[in-house]
Every structure is written in structure tokens, then in C-alpha cells.
Design a protein around this ligand. Structure first.
Ligand code: ADP
Length: 733
């Protein structure tokens, strides 16, 4: 008796250990190892004939098969999972509510994965009722039910269920400490919020999920959180950050063999590239998906890809290729009754026929599209179709009809925020007016169009620029990863590092982009009214100057001076906004030579102030000539400008070499900078002295900072008030 008890206990311990091990691997999505351990556990359980153990192990084996099926999009695994469940069904139904509920939960998960939503819904409903009084189980079921509603497109219901789960959790102090449960419900909440376009809250929840999942080593929740964060960033046009998140999701999904996720990640990355006008990289991603992961795609996603790829070919003037893809999109969309996508495909296909001058077919397709679109209302594709129909009428010399259609098309494009179509439409409209001899109207349209085009190009350029930055960042990250892998400690360090980089990038990028756009718009648009104030003030003074008294004349003087000053501020701002935006070449550059060039450029100032500029031998670095000259000139000008009244300026430049960077130091004997101002001076428009004492706009150092960032370096100052300053910039070797 006694011995039997001991062996039984030992058996149970071993069993628990195996189940724990399996569960641990399962969480980290190490599915092979998880399955292995669970299956051994099941063998044990069968030998010992312990019903509870058999149930636990079988449920786990089924869950693992189910997940594996989902990862690989492999139906036979779902069937296998089902077999395990069927075996234990009678057992499960008579061994207590919790096991029964667990059984239903696993079963509905399989039904969910095999697309049997109705059955899953019925089963879950039953399980939720049964779980009353067992809040932990009930919350899990509510979360799963919410997931089901999300997949079926019932977003409001999805929200209701997850909300119920969350409230239940918040009412229960004990359960609130259950991190697994909290992660589960928060994750579901984030998924729902994304679908309901509530991005800020989705981000909040997914950030919490991210840290919880990392503590719990739950690979899938971590991926899910990162994915949500990527989507939010992408929606908010923070493409660079989005890309970094997606890349991380991609790497991790590859590591655990989550093929379905890999495919979706590649699609998202491709779509971002397309937004950034980097069509080559976008196509590469889409092709990869179609080639290697087609089996994991649902039909809707396939149609979206075909439409996207077709659109890229159309935009890059490959109408024949475009036609091929739109035709595929159309076939699938019609077959599966995806009405919006099929209308879009029709409109696009028609436009492609117009491009190859096959007007007859173009017209047939366009009217088909029109019919569908009218049923659906203001959907994407409407604008394309109307403008295309206008184009067809124009080509058929039916000008008035063309006018009407294109005008409607432009209006629709505006509503749908499709700048490219709006521009295309305006250009066409101008062309029609021109043909009709209405030159005034054509002219007005063209000039409006050119402003629009300018804005569009500037967005396009800034996105292309972002694309370069992303490439750079990814390359840097790749290098870092290689480095860290070599150093062996990579897990912990990598996580910490990438977190840090993400945070910094997020802040920096957002700030820079906001500032750049603001600065550009402000400096551009403010100049016009300013010019007007200036001119009219001058005219007034010229016409009525003789009638004015001395006081009024002084005021006029102030006014004109103010205008001039604002003008120079705007110039400076514009310069700041555009610095580093041109495609300056990066090459090996001898810094000695850069100092020489700056010295020549500043020769007048140097002579006037009797400044002495000396330098030690400086290294050759990788950078841009035009940026470096600007940098030296700004720093040298400041070093001379902020001299002590009674001392001749003496400036010395030298270089300190560290393991991975060159630090170039520019030391002056000027007035110095107080400790508390050392950071402030690099901020745009920040100055420490009145203009009567030292002239300037406060933008020089901000530009220097930008230049240095562009070259991947850092800039700072060491100084003491009254004792001169040393500006130091460090560039990577
Ligand atoms: P600006 O020179 O046009 O005023 P900057 O951005 O170049 O604008 O400089 C910002 C402020 O930093 C200056 O107004 C000055 O107070 C301080 N500063 C810059 N360089 C020096 C220097 N070499 N010595 C002392 N103060 C300096």
C-alpha cells in the first residue's frame, strides 16, 4: 500500500514536470519540443491510467497540434488535434466543470482555425454558461469569443465580449495578479481596438502586452504586441518605426516557423515600401509571399495583393503586367464576392486598357465598374473610374461629357484623399479646357495643379528620403545584430538595445519630421505676406515720407527693419528645413582640406577680426563635402563672433581618436557658455545674447546638429563661462 502510494506520487511529480516542460516550450512556440514532452506525458498517463493526467496531456497535445496547424496552414494537423479530443470526450464530460470547459475551449479553437465559426460560436456560448462561478475560465472564454467575433467581422460584439472579460478581471483582485490572464485579455483588447481604429488605446494595451509577454516568455503574444505596434506606427505614418517593428516580427516569426505570420508581415512591409515609393522593394516582398507563402493566404488577402501589385505595375508604366494582375484580382474577387475589391479591380483594369489605347474594352470595363461602385457608394476606386471614364470620353473627343466626369472624379479623389488621382484628374481637366480653347480656365487649373504637384512631390521626396533612412537603419541594425551574435550574450543585450533604439528613434523621427514639415511650410508660406508688408511699408514711406514727423519716421524704420529681420529668420528656417535633403554625395574626405576651404570662405571675417585659426593634422573621414564645409564654417564663425571684446580670437582644431570614432575639437578663447545653457544652444532659435550685442538668428548650431546626425555622429560643447568653448563633433570611423 505504502509503496504504491510513493510510486504514484513520484509518477505524478514526473508527469507534472513533463507537462510543465511541454507548456514552457509551447509558450516559447518551440512546438517540436513541446509536442515531444506532451506526448511522453500522455504515454505515462495512459500507463498509470490516471484519468486526470490523460485529460491534461491529451488537451495539451491537441492544442499543440492545433497551433502547429495554424502556423503552417496545414489542415492535417487540425484533424490530428481533433482525434486526440475525440478520444477523451466522454472522459472530459464527466470529470468536473473546469475540465469540461477546457475541453470545449480547445475544441472551439480547432473549429475556429478550420473556419467553422458557427459551430465554434455555439460551443463557446455553451462553455461560457457552464463556466459561471469560475471567473478565470470565464474570462478566457470571453476572450476567445471576442477573437471569434473579430474573425467574423463583428467588431462591436468583439468589443462587448472582451470588455466583459476585462471588467470581470478588474473586479477580482486575485485574478488581476495572474499575468497570463491579464496578457491574454489585454492582447485581445488591443486586437479589437485596432480593428475599431482606436489606435492610441490599441497601442497602450499592446505595450503592456509586450512587457508581460516578455516576462512570461510567451512568444506569440510578444509577436502579436509588436505587430499591433507596427500597425499603429504605420497608420500614423511613422513608417520607419513601423518597419523596424515589422522586421522584428518577421525575424521572430521565422525563428518559430509561424508561416502565416511571415506572409502577413511581408505584405505589410511591402505596403509600406509602396507608400514610400520604393516599388522595387515592395514588389520583392509581394513576390516572395506569392511564391513561398501562397498557401497561407486567405482569398481576400490574395485579392488585395494582386490589386496592389497591379497598381505598382500601372504606376511604373508597365500596363501589360498590370493588366495581368488586375485580371487575377478580378477573377478571385468576383468568385468570392468581395464587392469592393472587385469594383476596384474593374476600375483599375479599365484604366490599364485606356493606357494601352484599347478604348473599347476600357469602356466596357469602366461601365461594369461604375455599376458596382454605384451600389457601394463612396469607395476606393470610384475616383479612378470616373477620371478614367473622363479620359476615355476625351480620347473619343466627347469633351463636355469628359469635363463632367473628370470633375466628379476629382471631387471623389479629394473625398478619398487620393492625391495622385486628384493630380491626374486636374491635369486631364486642364488639357480638356485647353482643347476647348478655354485658356483662362486651363491656366487656372494648371497653376492650382502645379501647387498641388509641388506639395505632392515634396511629400514623395520626404517619403523617399525616409525610405533611405529606413534602409540605413536596417543595415545598421543588421550590423549590430551580427556584432552582438558574435559576442554571444545576444538575447538579453539585443532586446535591451533594440528597445532603446526604438524609443530613441521614435522620439527623434517624430520630432524631426514635425519640425521639418512645419519649418518648410512656415518659411515658404510666410514669405509672401511678409514681402507684401515690406513693399507697402516702403511705398507708404516713399509717398508720405515728407509729411511724417520724426517719430513716425523712426517707427517706419523699425517696421522695415522688423520685416528684414523676419525675412532673414525665414531664410534661416528654410535652410534648416532643407539641410541634408539634397542628395549630397558621401565619400572619403580629408578634413584638413575642409578646414582650408572654410578658411578661404571666411577670409573677410578673419581679416577684419584678426582671428588666428590653427589646426593639427586631421583625419580623412567618410562624409559629405558640402555638409562638412557648412559645419566648419558655422562653428568657426561662432568661435570668432563670440569673442571677448578685448581679446583677439584664437581658434585651434585638433582630433582625438577613440576605438570607434574621431572626435574633432574646435577650441576658442571666447566668452564661453554657462553650464546650464550647454544643451539649449543647439535648439533652433535659441540664443543667449541680445542682438544688439551679438547678431544672429539662433539657427547655426541647430543646422550643425542636423548635419552631424545625418553623418551618423554626435555634437556637443565643453565650456566654462568666460574661459572659451570647445565644440566637439564625433564621427564614426
Ligand atoms: P547664432 O550664432 O545665430 O545666434 P547659433 O545657433 O549658431 O546661433 O548659436 C546659438 C547660441 O549659442 C549663440 O547665440 C551663442 O549664445 C551660443 N554660442 C554658439 N557658439 C558659441 C561660442 N563659440 N562661444 C560662445 N557662445 C556660443
Amino acid at each position: 500500500m505504502r509503496t504504491a502510494e510513493v510510486t504514484h506520487r513520484q509518477g505524478t511529480e514526473q508527469m507534472d514536470a513533463l507537462l510543465r516542460e511541454s507548456h514552457f516550450h509551447f509558450l516559447a512556440r518551440n512546438l517540436k519540443k513541446a509536442l515531444n514532452a506532451a506526448q511522453i506525458a500522455l504515454d505515462f498517463a495512459r500507463q498509470s491510467k490516471s484519468e486526470q493526467d490523460i485529460l491534461k496531456a491529451s488537451l495539451l497535445v491537441a492544442t499543440i497540434y492545433n497551433t502547429n496547424g495554424r502556423y503552417l496552414s496545414e489542415p492535417s494537423f487540425f484533424a490530428k488535434a481533433n482525434t486526440y479530443l475525440e478520444e477523451i470526450e466522454p472522459l472530459a464530460l464527466r470529470s468536473g466543470i473546469l475540465t469540461e470547459v477546457d475541453f470545449y475551449k480547445t475544441k472551439s479553437e480547432i473549429l475556429l482555425n478550420t473556419g467553422n465559426y458557427e459551430e465554434a460560436r455555439a460551443l463557446l456560448g455553451k462553455a461560457i454558461v457552464k463556466s459561471t462561478g469560475h471567473p478565470r475560465a470565464e474570462i478566457q472564454l470571453l476572450s476567445l469569443r471576442s477573437h471569434l467575433e473579430l474573425l467574423s467581422g463583428n467588431y462591436q460584439e468583439a468589443l462587448d465580449f472582451v470588455q466583459r472579460g476585462l471588467e470581470m478581471l478588474e473586479r477580482n483582485n486575485e485574478l488581476e495578479k495572474d499575468r497570463t490572464l491579464v496578457a491574454e485579455i489585454y492582447n485581445q483588447m488591443a486586437q479589437v481596438l485596432i480593428k475599431r481604429n482606436d489606435f492610441s488605446r490599441a497601442l497602450e494595451y499592446s505595450q503592456k502586452v509586450l512587457s508581460l509577454s516578455r516576462e512570461l516568455k510567451d512568444a506569440e503574444k510578444e509577436l502579436s504586441a509588436l505587430n499591433t505596434m507596427a500597425i499603429v506606427s504605420s497608420v500614423k505614418s511613422n513608417y520607419k518605426i513601423a518597419m523596424q517593428y515589422f522586421q522584428e516580427v518577421l525575424d521572430k516569426s521565422e525563428a518559430i516557423g509561424f508561416r502565416h505570420n511571415i506572409a502577413h508581415c511581408l505584405i505589410n512591409i511591402g505596403t509600406i515600401y509602396a507608400h514610400l515609393y520604393n516599388y522595387d522593394d515592395a514588389l520583392e516582398r509581394y513576390d516572395q509571399v506569392l511564391l513561398n507563402y501562397r498557401d497561407t493566404l486567405d482569398d481576400y488577402t490574395k485579392v488585395v495583393i494582386f490589386n496592389n501589385v497591379g497598381n505598382i505595375h500601372y504606376t511604373t508604366d508597365k500596363p501589360l503586367l498590370a493588366k495581368e494582375y488586375f485580371e487575377k484580382a478580378l477573377t478571385y474577387a468576383q468568385e468570392k464576392h468581395f464587392k469592393e475589391e472587385s469594383a476596384l479591380a474593374l476600375a483599375q483594369l479599365s484604366r490599364t486598357h485606356t493606357a494601352i489605347d484599347d478604348l473599347k474594352q476600357a469602356e466596357i470595363l469602366a461601365y461594369q465598374a461604375l455599376e458596382q461602385i454605384e451600389l457601394l457608394g463612396d469607395i476606393n476606386g470610384k475616383q479612378i473610374n470616373l477620371i478614367n471614364l473622363g479620359d476615355i470620353s476625351f480620347r473619343k473627343k466627347e469633351y463636355h461629357k469628359a469635363l463632367e466626369l473628370v470633375e466628379k472624379g476629382i471631387e471623389a479623389a479629394r473625398k478619398l484623399h487620393d492625391d495622385a488621382s486628384e493630380i491626374k484628374g486636374s491635369r486631364l481637366l486642364a488639357h480638356i479646357y485647353e482643347t476647348l480653347g478655354e485658356y483662362q480656365k486651363a491656366y487656372e487649373l494648371l497653376s492650382a495643379y502645379s501647387t498641388m504637384q509641388e506639395a505632392f512631390v515634396s511629400v514623395q521626396q520626404s517619403r523617399q528620403f525616409m525610405d533611405l533612412e529606413i534602409k540605413n537603419a536596417l543595415k545598421e541594425k543588421q550590423k549590430e545584430i551580427e556584432q552582438l551574435t558574435k559576442e554571444n550574450e545576444y538575447q538579453a543585450l539585443l532586446l535591451e538595445k533594440s528597445d532603446q533604439i526604438e524609443r530613441q528613434n521614435q522620439e527623434l523621427l517624430q520630432m524631426n519630421e514635425d519640425l521639418r514639415q512645419f519649418a518648410y511650410v512656415a518659411s515658404h508660406d510666410l514669405k509672401e505676406p511678409l514681402r507684401m508688408i515690406g513693399s507697402y511699408a516702403q511705398i507708404l514711406e516713399r509717398m508720405y515720407g515728407s509729411k511724417l514727423d520724426e517719430k513716425a519716421k523712426t517707427y517706419f524704420g523699425y517696421m522695415i527693419e522688423g520685416v528684414a529681420r523676419m525675412n532673414s529668420l525665414l531664410d534661416a528656417l528654410l535652410k534648416y528645413a532643407t539641410v541634408g535633403k539634397s542628395d549630397e554625395e558621401f565619400e572619403q574626405i580629408d578634413l584638413n582640406y575642409m578646414v582650408e576651404v572654410s578658411r578661404v570662405n571666411l577670409s573677410v571675417l578673419i581679416k577684419e577680426t584678426k582671428a588666428k585659426i590653427t589646426n593639427d593634422h586631421l583625419p580623412t573621414i567618410y562624409g559629405s563635402k558640402s555638409l562638412l564645409v557648412q559645419l566648419f564654417q558655422n562653428l568657426l564663425t561662432n568661435a570668432i563672433k563670440f569673442r571677448k571684446p578685448d581679446t583677439l580670437p584664437e581658434i585651434h582644431i585638433n582630433c582625438v581618436e577613440t576605438a570607434d570614432e574621431y572626435q574633432i575639437r574646435i577650441r576658442d578663447n571666447g566668452i564661453g557658455i554657462a553650464l546650464e545653457n550647454k544643451e539649449r544652444i543647439f535648439v533652433i532659435f535659441q540664443r543667449l545674447h541680445p542682438r544688439s550685442k551679438y547678431d544672429g538668428t539662433g539657427i547655426g548650431l541647430a543646422i550643425c546638429q542636423k548635419i552631424i546626425h545625418r553623418m551618423g555622429g554626435r555634437l556637443w560643447v565643453e565650456s566654462e563661462l568666460g574661459k572659451g568653448s570647445t565644440f566637439i563633433f564625433a564621427l564614426p570611423k
